[in-house]
Structure formats: structure tokens, C-alpha cells
Design a protein around this ligand. Structure first.
Ligand code: NAD
Length: 728
């Protein structure tokens, strides 16, 4: 098995081709790095080699580092193992950068060019950054960048140090701190890469450059005498402004909860004050500290390893391939229109049905509008738009459903309407067709009563807006069969979203956990806790939206509707009367949330959020004594986390990986923690029980620690440790 091969042509140009066997995308492993190193040594030592091209045998250059390798480095060698491993990578990349030149005269180096046919991410860009020139094929689908920050780490193979020295801290900030990705032309305009050429000219141009370049072109600016960092170092007046600004911006965005953002800024700031090789060492130390932080372990586990495992069908039942060629979508409203778009975009033929033709047409127009936006952003071509739209038939005629493999029903949230639609669909489709409902609140098993084929009846719960939200919750009803689950999973894979499979219960999984979060926030308002404290406490613990903003966004009348339905279903056991008092009062005041330009927040006429609504205090005055921040955070987090644990205990969730990935993608649960179960493992079950006991004493039984947590606290077990087979 070789990841890198090298051939030398008659003109003395060695081409090193990266082509990891059996994978569609190159990823870097330790063995791969060693191979690359050996080829570089050979080429530099061989007098017949005039220069080197590093390219890929695949349509893309590389997807990045194999994060499993990083996890293994940490598990096997701890901090020392990571630091040593990273320093070895630095050494190899530095060797490429110096390319055999005399360290004093900077002469005698061999030109090394990176020729990128397509996507180059993470180490797939850090390696080119160490080369003397980066040439990319003009491939608008290619993505170039350093997305490490998205999974809780940062570019640690010299990418941080090199990009800052190449572009300056200010220009490098969006790429390092936000993981911004660009297509080749934008990457060239941004100064990350040097040249973009027609795909068919890539290797010829790379070879021409190798053979024609001058010795002086090989010396990196930071290795040349008199180098000054673009934009200035921290003690330069301009640099000072950049660093103060970047620090404030990063903390403003991350609220200080992401160790990777802090460590990255540390590496950039400290690195800017010292010579290049020392900066690399600092980068390696900061990188090691991040990898040793439990947050990065949890983030890599949920956002990379387990997310990918779920997408690849980790929980798919053993059933034949259920690829969907034709999908019928009933109800062309907000959700149906979105589902039609993502399906047609994935190459699936779509029949979009509504009760009236103009409603069906409006649903199809949603796709046209999204595609037009794509055209404006140069992500979609006019031909692609025509192709996608041609796949969507907007109609009122159920006969058009003939030949569908799957139906997704997204009509009004009314069991009677849904039952009628189910019967009509089953009369119009073949016996093998799977029927999915997109209901958000109605139990799947009771909706399935309207079906003559309950084993083919399932829930596929999308989140709004469908084109943006990556999670899809698949709900197994009591009678749902394996083929239906397999079909739902295959469909979600086709539309490139992330599935979780849960069992049927009130509000399934995501909404079941979000509602207590919102309710806890509202409950605090009723108790006289300063609303700003509630909102900021949530954000400072990494929630994207405070509970009051969240209920404003989803609408207060929806909250009222859900509260009424839940109360009707639960009777005397209903626990949320205190919450309802606030919600109902808000609704009576006409403050229905963002859509009404009035809610817990005030909005201007254009719908822009202005700040918390001061009128709330007239009904719910702010108490003189305010709780401390940590207490508010514990209430907000535990409200969600305990619900997730109960969902696991009740068998609604069957896999903690799904609970964690679903929480982050579904409602943005503090991503730094890796999800609710990740958070419990970080603080430990014993501490969690202690927090629950204190909260129960002050606020009641909703915070009682579930048996599962108490058992774990007693035995010292962890969730991921306990199910080690499933953990990273
Ligand atoms: P919507 O009101 O925007 O759309 C419903 C559409 O169904 C309308 O276009 C309506 O004309 C059509 N319709 C109603 N009865 C019909 C019938 N008998 N035959 C054909 N078409 C019919 O509603 P929505 O927000 O898109 O929600 C649809 C479903 O998705 C509901 O079950 C809802 O609970 C669920 N859901 C909504 C959200 C959300 O955020 N809005 C999220 C997840 C799930």
C-alpha cells in the first residue's frame, strides 16, 4: 500500500503523486507522511532531479489529516506523543520549504511546486503552503482552506504560522478563525494560492514553472533578510490594532468557550514575535494543548468521527439498497418546498403536490429562488438551475405519484388531514412505496393507523430552513419495518444530510430537549431573573441563541399551541404552568415573536432585533437579588441534558453518538462540549449528580438525577467509556 509515488521524467522533473489506495479522497496518515518524506529525501539527493511537482492522482488534492490518527497519537503518547509527532511533521514540511538550499546563502534549493487539481483542505493546504508555489486547476467546485477550527482544533502543521506570515494576521483571520473555504479563483484573489490555470494545463504549467523559475523565487519571504510581516507584528502600531481587534472579535464570536480559538490566537500572537522556526514550535505547543483539552476530543468525536459514521449508515438495518429515484412530496408549504429543493438538487425526480395548483407552483418557485441566489453567488450555473427545476413536477394530481420509491408528507399538522392524504397516496402508489411524515409533534405510531402498510410508514423529520439545517431525525413507529428505516437513511444520504434514528415518543428527540431549554429560560423570567442574564448566560456557555431569542424566532403562538396540546395530553401531571403564564400573557399582548416584530425582544420596522423588550418588567419585575451566572447556566444546560439522558433511558435514543450529533446539528447545543453526553463526560457523572441534587433542592424534581447518571457516578463510569465500542 503506497499513498505517494514518484516518477522522474527525461527533463529532470520528479512528480510525486498522492493517491491513497481505496479512498475517493486523499487523507494524510503518519505512514503517508513517512512516504512523502522518503521521496523528498530521494529527490533532493538525486543530482538528476531539477525540481519536484507534488500533485494528486485523484480529482481532488486532499481532504485533510486523518483525525483518527490524531486521536490515536493522543491516546498512545499523550501530550509528549502529540508534540513529538507534530514537530516531525514540521521538520518534513520545513525540509520541503528549504528544498536543500544552503541555510546561509539561501542558494542551491530545488523548486517544489504544488499542483492542485481540486479540493485542498487542512494538511492538504498546509503541505502546499510549504512548497514554493501553489498552482490550482480552475475547478469552481474545489474548496481550498483550513477548516480545522470547525472541529475544535486549528491548523497545526505549519498552516497557522505560514498563512499569517504570507498574508498578515488580519487577512488570514477569516481562514484560520472561521475556517473560511474558497474556490481556486477566490483563493488566488485572497492571496492563499499563487496561480489558477485550466485543468488540462495544470501539470504542464507546473513543469514549466519548475524549469523556468529563478533561485531567488524559492526563498520564502520569512526566510529572506529584512522580512516584515504584512500588516505588522503585535508591537507595530498597525499590527497592534489588528491583534487587539482580532482578539475581541474572536472572543465576541466564541464567547471564550472554544479552547482552539484561544490557542490559535496565542500561536499567531506569540509566533509573530519570534523567528519562523520558533513560531513553528509555539504552534506545536498550542496545538498540543488543544488536543489535550477534553473539548477538542469531544468535538472531533461528534463533529467529525461520529457524524461521518452516522452519514455512512452506522445504524442502518441490514436491508437491500433503497436508493430513491423518484420522491413524492405532499404539501408544498415551507417544509415541502424545501424538501423538494434538496431532493431535486441531489438528482432525485420530484413530484410536488398541493391542494391547489398555485400552491404547488409556489412551492416549486422556492427552488427557483434558491437556485437564483446560487447563480448570483456563482455557485450554480444557469444550466444546473434548468436541470434541477426540470426534475420537479408541481401538480395537484396524485396519479403523478406512480413509480415513487418514497413519499414525504408535509401537509398541515392535523391528524385528520394527514390521514386523508395517507389514504390517497397509498391508493396512487405501488405496494413497495415507503411513506414518511414530516410531522413535528404527532406520534408516528398513531398517524400510521391511517396506513394500510404500517411497516412502510415512518417519520422523517426535517428542520427549518430545510436547505440549511443538516440534521434529519428519522422516527421509527411501533410497526415501522427495517426496509422503511433503510430507505429513509438512504434518502438522507442522497441529499447529503446527517441522520439520527430515534424511537417514537412525544416530540421525538430534538424538540423534546429544546422545549425544556426554552421553558427554563421563561421560568426564570417569571421568577424575576434579569432577562439579559438568562440570554447572556446561555451564550456564554456556547448556545447559539438564548432561550428567549429562540422562542421569538420559532414564534410565541407556536409555543402556546404546543403548551395547550401537551397540557391536554398530560392532564394533571403537566408541569409547566409557570411557563405558560408568561407565554399566554405575551401572546395576549400581541407579542408573538420575530414574525410580529414584537416578542421578548423589541424589533425595528425592518424586523431587526433591537434589544430585550423593556415592557416585560411591567408584568414580571426584575428581582433585587440575582442568581450567579453559573447557576443560571446549570439550569439551562441541565434542562436539556437531563432530557437527553431520559430519552436514552426511555429507549427513544438508542445510541449516544446520535444524541450528541443530533443535539449539535439540530439545535446548536454547545458544540464545544461535543453534545449533552459529551458534556456529561467532561464534567463527570459525580459532578453532574451533585449539580442535579443542588438544583432539585432549589427548583424541584425536574432536575432529579436519572438512575443512569447515579449509577455512573457510583461506578465511576463514563458514557463514551461505557460504550467504548461506539466511541471514538
Ligand atoms: P405550511 O402551512 O407552510 O405548509 C403546508 C402545506 O400543505 C400548504 O401549502 C397547504 O396548502 C398544504 N396542504 C394542506 N392540506 C393539504 C392536502 N390535503 N393535500 C395537499 N396539500 C395540502 O406548513 P409547514 O411549516 O411546511 O409544515 C408542514 C409539516 O411539517 C407539518 O406537519 C409541520 O408540523 C412539519 N414541520 C414543520 C416545521 C417548521 O419549522 N415549520 C419543522 C419540522 C416539521
Amino acid at each position: 500500500m503506497t499513498d505517494f509515488t514518484m516518477i522522474l521524467d527525461a527533463d529532470g522533473v520528479a512528480t510525486i503523486t498522492w493517491d491513497v489506495p481505496g479512498k475517493s479522497m486523499n487523507v494524510m496518515s503518519l505512514a503517508g507522511f513517512a512516504e512523502l518524506n522518503a521521496h523528498i529525501d530521494t529527490a533532493l539527493a538525486d543530482a538528476a532531479v531539477k525540481g519536484i511537482i507534488i500533485t494528486s492522482g485523484k480529482k481532488d488534492f486532499a481532504g485533510g489529516m486523518d483525525l483518527n490518527v490524531i486521536a490515536k497519537m493522543r491516546d498512545d503518547g499523550g501530550a509528549e506523543g502529540i508534540f513529538t509527532g507534530v514537530m516531525q511533521m514540521h521538520q518534513i514540511l520545513r525540509k520541503i520549504e528549504r528544498a536543500g538550499m544552503d541555510p546561509k546563502t539561501l542558494k542551491g534549493g530545488k523548486p517544489i511546486v504544488a499542483a492542485l487539481p481540486g479540493t485542498a483542505l487542512g494538511i492538504g493546504l498546509e503541505l502546499p503552503l510549504a512548497c514554493h508555489r501553489i498552482i490550482a486547476a480552475d475547478n469552481p467546485k474545489a474548496k481550498i482552506g483550513l477548516p480545522e477550527i470547525m472541529v475544535g482544533i486549528f491548523p497545526g502543521a505549519g498552516g497557522t504560522t505560514r498563512l499569517v506570515r504570507k498574508m498578515g494576521a488580519m487577512m488570514a483571520a477569516p481562514f484560520l478563525l472561521e475556517g473560511k473555504l474558497s474556490d481556486p479563483k477566490a483563493a488566488k484573489a485572497g492571496g492563499i494560492i499563487d496561480e489558477v490555470v485550466a485543468p488540462e494545463d495544470l501539470l504542464t504549467r507546473a513543469k514549466d514553472w519548475v524549469l523556468s523559475t529563478k533561485e531567488a523565487d524559492l526563498v520564502k519571504p520569512w526566510d529572506a533578510k529584512g522580512y516584515k510581516m504584512p500588516g505588522g507584528t503585535p508591537y507595530h502600531p498597525a499590527g497592534y490594532m489588528t491583534f487587539v481587534g482580532a482578539n475581541a472579535m474572536a472572543l465576541g464570536k466564541t464567547m471564550g468557550v472554544y479552547p482552539a480559538a484561544k490557542a490559535l490566537l496565542g500561536a499567531v500572537y506569540e509566533g509573530a514575535l519570534v523567528p519562523f522556526d520558533v513560531a513553528l514550535k509555539i504552534e506545536a505547543r498550542q496545538f498540543t494543548s488543544v488536543l489535550m483539552n477534553p473539548s477538542s476530543t469531544a468535538m472531533i468525536r461528534s463533529l467529525f468521527i461520529n457524524k461521518e459514521a452516522l452519514e455512512k449508515g452506522a445504524n442502518r438495518p441490514d436491508a437491500p439498497d433503497q436508493t430513491v429515484r423518484k420522491v413524492g412530496i405532499i404539501g408544498a408549504g415551507m417544509m415541502g418546498a424545501g424538501i423538494a429543493y434538496v431532493s431535486a438538487n441531489a438528482g432525485i425526480e420530484v413530484v410536488l403536490i398541493d391542494a391547489a395548483q398555485d400552491a404547488a407552483d409556489r412551492g416549486k418557485a422556492h427552488s427557483a429562488a434558491l437556485l437564483d441566489k446560487g447563480i448570483q453567488r456563482r455557485k450554480v450555473t444557469v444550466e444546473k438551475k434548468a436541470e434541477v427545476l426540470a426534475r420537479i413536477t408541481a401538480t395537484t394530481d396524485y396519479a403523478a405519484l406512480s413509480g415513487c420509491d418514497l413519499i414525504v408528507e408535509a401537509v398541515f399538522e392535523d391528524p385528520k388531514v394527514k390521514a386523508e392524504v395517507t389514504a390517497r397516496v397509498e391508493a396512487a402508489t405501488g405496494p413497495d412505496c415507503i411513506f414518511a411524515t414530516n410531522t413535528s409533534t404527532l406520534p408516528i405510531s398513531s398517524l400510521a393507523k391511517a396506513s394500510g402498510r404500517p411497516d412502510q410508514f415512518i417519520g422523517i423529520h426535517f428542520f427549518s430552513p430545510v436547505d440549511k439545517m443538516m440534521l434529519v431525525e428519522i422516527i421509527r413507529g411501533k410497526q415501522t419495518g427495517d426496509r422503511a428505516v433503510a430507505c429513509a437513511l438512504d434518502f438522507v444520504r442522497q441529499i447529503r444530510k446527517t441522520p439520527i434514528v430515534v424511537n417514537d415518543a412525544r416530540f421525538f428527540y430534538a424538540n423534546r430537549c429544546i422545549i425544556p431549554y426554552i421553558n427554563e429560560g421563561i421560568r426564570m423570567v417569571a421568577e424575576g431573573v434579569e432577562p439579559a442574564l438568562v440570554e447572556n448566560a446561555a451564550k456564554l456557555v456556547g448556545m447559539p441563541l438564548g432561550p428567549l431569542q429562540l422562542v421569538d424566532e420559532t414564534s410565541i403562538d407556536l409555543g402556546v399551541k404546543i403548551a395547550r396540546a401537551t397540557r391536554a395530553a398530560m392532564g394533571d401531571a403537566y408541569p409547566d404552568g409557570a411557563v405558560d403564564a408568561v407565554l399566554f400573557w405575551m401572546a395576549d399582548q400581541g407579542r408573538l415573536g420575530k414574525k410580529a416584530n414584537a416578542g421578548f425582544y423589541a424589533y425595528d420596522d425592518a424586523g431587526k432585533r433591537q434589544g430585550l423588550w423593556e415592557g416585560l418588567a411591567s408584568q414580571y419585575p426584575v428581582a433585587k437579588d440575582q442568581p450567579d451566572l453559573t447557576l443560571v447556566q446549570h439550569r439551562l444546560l441541565m434542562a436539556q441534558v437531563l432530557e437527553a439522558v431520559r430519552a436514552l433511558q426511555d429507549g427513544v435514543l438508542t445510541d449516544i453518538r446520535e444524541g450528541d450529533v443530533g443535539a449539535i446539528l439540530g439545535w446548536g447545543f454547545a458544540p464545544w462540549s461535543g453534545g449533552p453526553f459529551g458534556w456529561l463526560d467532561i464534567i463527570g457523572a459525580a459532578r453532574a449528580v451533585e449539580i442535579c441534587d443542588a438544583l432539585t433542592a432549589s427548583f424541584g424534581a425536574r432536575f432529579a438525577a436519572p438512575a443512569l447518571l447515579r449509577d455512573m457516578a457510583a461506578s465511576g463510569a463514563t458514557l463514551y467509556g461505557k460504550t467504548a465500542r461506539q466511541a471514538a
